[in-house]
Write a protein that binds this ligand. Structure first.
Ligand code: TXA
Ligand code: MG
Length: 338
């Protein structure tokens, strides 16, 4: 299949038409790039699963161009859900609501709920508006790979597999949206992201964090967020998290580099770049920057054919929880506490 590369200014109408005709378009959002199709079409949803190589029981998020459009796809929206929508949308958050019948079960992985998200990225909103329908979209990566945070990542994964890619530079947040289940009596954060627990607690004082956020889900357990049971964000390199205070982390990583002399070693650093014999990439000065850089760095290490990555980490407050969640998954939960 030929994949068109579309301009984020002049080609938005073309992108919208492709969606109307049942095709797939990758588009930028403030979190990561999405792989969009009409949310009203079972057929189009099937194409998404095929292009990503994703299991079809993992539901897609439905994207709307403004908060008015939410009522087209979801019903029984509680007052608390309305508060969250008013406060944080458009923005990097997804709310799980009861789905309307117009959303086919192929989009929601057979669930009677739907994840709804209204991005704040202007190109995303123009695109969804021009499609004339809500847009179902997962992240635009091959299933299991780190989510794409710039258009080159999407080109690397999706060229020849989808109809078009809107080329629109870098995503500002860099990790996927916060997911909040608003269908339970007590709202639960199923995935941490750009809207933090602290921010949500101000509006929903009793909000909880799902225990699976930092754990592996056992094979027999049915997770509330089906995506959490799959291998995720995993680069080709073997990733280890080294967590703790600066001196201890640096001493440990120096020792690990010595013990891995036969391998090409990468270090994702937050403190100072003090290592010899390793390829070093900066995670940034704080967790907001870490979130922005993480997926890009994991993909970069793979391009550089790094065998093993040691990622420094220390602080899981606020944005840090989203970083920790992605980092632990990328590492397959191989965490060294020092
Ligand atoms: O920031 C984002 O959310 C990006 C951009 C493109 O919007 N999208 C994204 O989609 O990350 P995806 O498919 O990679 O991750 C969606 C997650 C999956 O883990 C899925 O299981 C969960 O959301 N999910 C979707 N609908 C759900 C539902 N009805 N109930 C529970 N979990 C749901
Ligand atoms: Mg994804």
């Amino acid at each position: 299949m030929e994949t068109l590369i579309l301009n984020d200014n002049t080609d938005i109408v073309t992108a919208g038409k492709i969606i109307q005709n049942g095709g797939l378009v990758a588009f930028p959002t403030e979190t990561v790039y999405g792989l969009g199709a009409s949310a009203y079409s079972d057929e189009a949803a099937k194409k998404i699963y095929e292009a990503k190589g994703r299991p079809s029981d993992n539901p897609l998020i439905v994207h709307v161009w403004n908060t008015e459009q939410i009522k087209d796809v979801a019903e029984d929206i509680s007052d608390t859900a309305k508060l969250v929508i008013d406060k944080f949308m458009p923005g990097p958050i997804t709310v799980i609501l009861k789905k309307k019948a117009c959303i086919p079960s192929g989009v929601t992985g057979g669930l009677d709920t739907v994840g709804v998200r209204c991005p704040i990225n202007e190109v995303a909103r123009e695109f969804i508006k021009s499609a004339g329908v809500p847009v179902a979209a997962p992240s635009a990566n091959i299933s299991g790979k780190p989510s794409p945070t710039n258009s080159q990542h999407v080109i690397d994964d999706m060229m020849g597999r989808i109809d078009a890619i809107i080329d629109s530079g870098e995503c500002s947040v860099g990790v996927e949206s916060t997911i909040v289940d608003m269908t339970a009596d007590t709202p639960v954060i199923l995935r941490p992201g750009g809207i933090t627990y602290t921010m949500l607690k101000e509006v929903v004082p009793d909000i909880e964090i799902d225990k699976n956020i930092l754990n592996t889900v056992s094979k027999d357990e049915v997770p509330k967020c089906p995506g959490t049971k799959y291998k995720h964000y995993s680069p080709d390199a073997d990733v280890f998290v080294v967590e703790g205070e600066k001196c201890a982390v640096q001493a440990k990583i120096k020792e690990l580099i010595l013990n891995n002399k036969d391998k090409c070693v990468g270090v994702l650093f937050i403190y100072d770049a003090v290592y010899d014999d390793a390829i070093m990439l900066s995670a940034g000065k704080n967790n907001r920057e870490y979130a922005h850089n993480l997926f890009k760095a994991l993909r970069e290490f793979d391009k550089l054919k790094v065998d093993v990555v040691f990622a420094e980490f220390c602080d899981d407050r606020d944005y840090g929880l989203a970083v920790k969640n992605r980092l632990y998954k990328a590492a397959g939960h191989k965490v060294i506490h020092v």
